[in-house]
Design a protein around this ligand. Structure first.
Ligand code: C2E
Ligand code: CA
Ligand code: CA
Length: 702
């Protein structure tokens, strides 16, 4: 598209015809296409013409028939401010100058109305007006932009005095532009460091000095004229002149009060546990480190108390997470009530809590606190209409003896806690240096456990179960042992828990199941009496999705009939996900396998579940059997379990029968089966075969 450039249209407002002719002549000789001239005699005529549009510039005589002097210019300028006006000087140069001061582009004297000067003056008037308009537009645009952005903008000159504020800057500083202009920056833009509350460094100075855009002090606070403070984030950039010299600065800033409040909240949630709102391990670490610094200076000690709830997982799994969470909240309240305000109770995750006792005089102080904690935990927690009981095991480490930094102290308290658990739970233990040795030992053991299966270092021993009336062997329990190359024959208590922790229990359990079935079938094939074989199953094995398939494959491969296999599961293994346990148990049952609850009476079982499970056998835990003194009143639990088993039509087997007295008591209670050293130790397969042939020594059973 091409645009045709038309010659500029000039309106001449001039009463003197001779002068008008002269002008016409001057413009005509300048070239026919350069200007188009229209001539009117009076101002009113001129205004009328201008209102129709199309005029590019006006040549104005100030003395007209209908208007005189500067007024002529004013009237014209007011009605068409956008059109450049060139004043015809006509001898009164002062008046012409005044008009220029009021907005006329220029004036031209009568002597210069020639074909050279007049066109030049007109052209430059038109151009200048165009540039002025563009500049004005640009400035307007900048102002509108600056006022419509959300950031506050403030400019200074080289002296550091304010030259400009946008609307947001006005609102945030409390200064209007008119008042602020010319004032030193520091007076209008009062900023301090939020931490020290000292005046923050002048941002402009920095920007000018470094001649680059600089971000300001983190945590900067702006104090408004009325004293109200807001957190701001800002940057300052130098302004340069054409030669590249710094002539001022622009400071851009915005309110971050809300963002900072949010970040405070975020910090809180990063340092606290959601369920209990207690400090988390991060914050505890911090607090311990602080306390250490403090204790070191003043030669004091402090203690870290590590608490793990006993059997919490069972509650969580059987009653649901909502109840579990409520219990954790109740526990955290008790903990807070058991320690001093200056101590820190934290949740480490799961059912673990760590408490910093920030100032203790003796280790006994920590022991006192631990006792207090265990005592307060022990009372029933009433949650969702039921009374829940939870115990804890506690480990304690003391600064400086047990560690010089937070991490070591927590780790050692944790180690001590494990020992408390091994010690029968619901007690506390101080950390001892050799505990770590044991931990190291455990690790080495784990290392060698990994290859034990391939090296065929495992062996099964078999302990007979005996009919307490007849002395007949009714079955055997397969019990694993590890022939450790350096340490000799290790009992399962020394490696099964490790295998459970590191997952090795799955392949090991698979081996036990096959080996036990193979052995039982072997005895049958050798013509020995048909007996039942029982295999211990860990919670992890029971929960493995492949478990059912494993059992059926073992039976199939070894040719043992399912009815000769008993699986022993502990109460706690069954109670973990009680609902899905029921389904697995029913499938096993359908296969023909018998199911036993091992260590009965020690777990956290819900009788209603037990009733629903297809259980065939209850094995009374040996700890109850060992309590038997012969006096009926001293052993009510054993009696109760035997009766319960009978009413549920289950076989009841007493474990750990060691004495004649225990045997007599069990017989008196009509407990049908027993197992224990009194009848036989667990034996290697060959010896057990021999026992199967000869039977249990008659002297034992009456
Ligand atoms: P458990 O299932 O309760 O096995 C009975 C434990 O009591 C055996 O210990 C046995 O030797 C011991 N015992 C037998 N009679 C008496 C007695 O008269 N008095 C006393 N004080 N103890 C007696 P063992 O063989 O050391 O096994 C310990 C535990 O290791 C077992 O307890 C069982 O939970 C676990 N375990 C053993 N073999 C296996 C296995 O193949 N797989 C799994 N997952 N766990 C196993
Ligand atoms: Ca067992
Ligand atoms: Ca047992």
């Amino acid at each position: 598209m091409t645009t045709q450039i038309l010659p500029p249209k000039i309106l001449l407002i001039q009463s003197d015809a001779a002068a008008a002719d002269k002008i016409r002549a001057a413009l005509a000789t300048a070239g026919s296409r350069s200007f188009e001239l229209e001539w009117v005699l009076e101002l009113s005529e001129g205004l009328a013409r201008l209102s129709k549009g199309g005029i590019d510039a006006v040549l104005l005589e100030l003395s007209l028939p209908d208007s005189h002097g500067i007024e002529t210019f004013d009237k014209l300028f007011n009605s068409v401010p956008e059109i450049p006006i060139l004043i015809l000087g006509n001898g009164n140069e002062a008046l012409a100058k005044e008009a220029v001061g009021r907005g006329a582009q220029d004036y031209i004297l009568a002597g210069h109305l020639d074909s050279y000067s007049l066109p030049r003056a007109l052209h430059s008037a038109i151009e200048r007006k165009a540039v002025e308009d563009a500049l004005y537009f640009e400035k307007e645009r900048a102002v509108v932009t600056l006022n419509s952005i959300g950031d506050a903008v403030l400019c200074t000159g080289i002296s550091g005095n304010i030259t400009y504020l946008n609307l947001v800057a006005e609102a945030m500083t409390g200064w209007r532009r008119e008042e602020a202009t010319g004032k030193p920056l520091a007076e209008v833009f009062r900023i301090i460091d939020g931490h020290t509350r000292k005046t923050a460094r002048d941002p402009m100075e920095m920007a000018v000095e470094e001649n680059r855009t600089v971000g300001l002090t983190v945590n900067c606070i702006l104090i408004r004229r009325d004293g109200i403070e807001s957190a701001i984030e800002d940057s300052a950039a130098p302004i340069h002149d054409r030669a590249g010299r710094v002539i001022g600065a622009v400071i851009v800033f915005h309110d971050v009060t809300a963002a900072r409040a949010m970040s405070v909240r975020m910090t809180h949630s990063a340092e606290h546990d959601i369920v209990t709102n207690l400090p988390n391990r991060l914050l505890l670490n911090d607090r311990i480190s602080q306390s250490i610094t403090f204790a070191r200076r003043r030669n004091k000690s402090l203690a870290v108390v590590f608490l793990d709830l006993d059997h919490f997982k069972n509650i969580n799994d059987s009653l649901g997470h909502a109840v579990g969470d409520k219990l954790l909240q109740s526990v955290s309240k008790r903990l807070l009530a058991s320690v001093r305000g200056s101590d820190t109770v934290s949740r480490q995750g799961g059912d673990e809590f760590a408490i910093l006792l920030s100032e203790i005089s003796h280790p006994e102080d920590a022991a006192t606190s631990a006792k207090k904690i265990l005592l307060s935990l022990g009372a029933a927690h009433s949650i969702a209409g039921q009374d829940l009981h939870v115990d804890g095991s506690i480990g304690i480490s003391i600064y400086p003896g047990d560690g010089e930094d937070a991490e070591t102290l927590i780790k050692n308290a944790d180690t001590a806690m494990y020992h408390a658990k091994e010690n029968g739970r619901n007690n506390f233990q101080f950390f001892k240096a050799d505990m770590n040795l044991k931990a190291v030992e455990r690790q080495t053991l784990e290392g060698s456990l990994r290859g034990a299966l391939e090296r065929e270092e495992f062996v099964l021993h078999y302990q007979p179960k005996v009919n307490l009336d007849t002395g007949e062997i009714t079955g055997v329990e397969a019990l694993i042992r590890w022939r450790h190359p350096d340490r000799g024959l290790l009992p399962p208590t020394q490696f099964v828990p490790i295998a459970e922790d590191c997952g090795l229990i799955l392949p090991i359990g698979r081996w036990v199941l096959r080996e036990a079935c193979r052995q039982a079938r072997g005895w049958q094939e050798a013509g020995l009496p048909f007996i039942r074989i029982s295999v211990n199953v860990s919670a992890a094995e029971f929960r493995a999705t492949t478990f059912l398939a494993e059992v059926s494959a073992s039976l199939k491969e070894t040719g043992l009939e399912a009815r000769y296999l008993d699986l022993e599961l502990t109460e706690s293994a069954l109670m973990l996900r009680a609902e899905s346990s029921a389904a697995i148990l029913h499938s096993l049952k359908a296969m023909g396998v018998h199911l036993a609850v091992d260590d009965f009476g020690t777990g956290y079982s819900s009788l209603s579940y037990l009733q629903r499970f297809p259980i065939d056998i209850l094995k009374i835990d040996k700890s109850f059997v060992h309590q038997i003194t012969g006096d009926l009143d001293d052993s009510p639990i054993v009696g109760a379990i035997i009766n319960m088993g009978k009413s549920l039509k289950q076989r009841v087997i007493a474990e750990g029968v060691e004495t004649e007295q225990q045997l007599a008591f069990l017989q008196g209670q009509h407990c049908l089966e027993g197992q224990g050293y009194l009848f036989s130790q667990p034996l290697p397969a060959a010896q057990l075969a021999h026992l199967l042939q000869t039977g249990i020594a008659e002297t034992v059973v009456h």
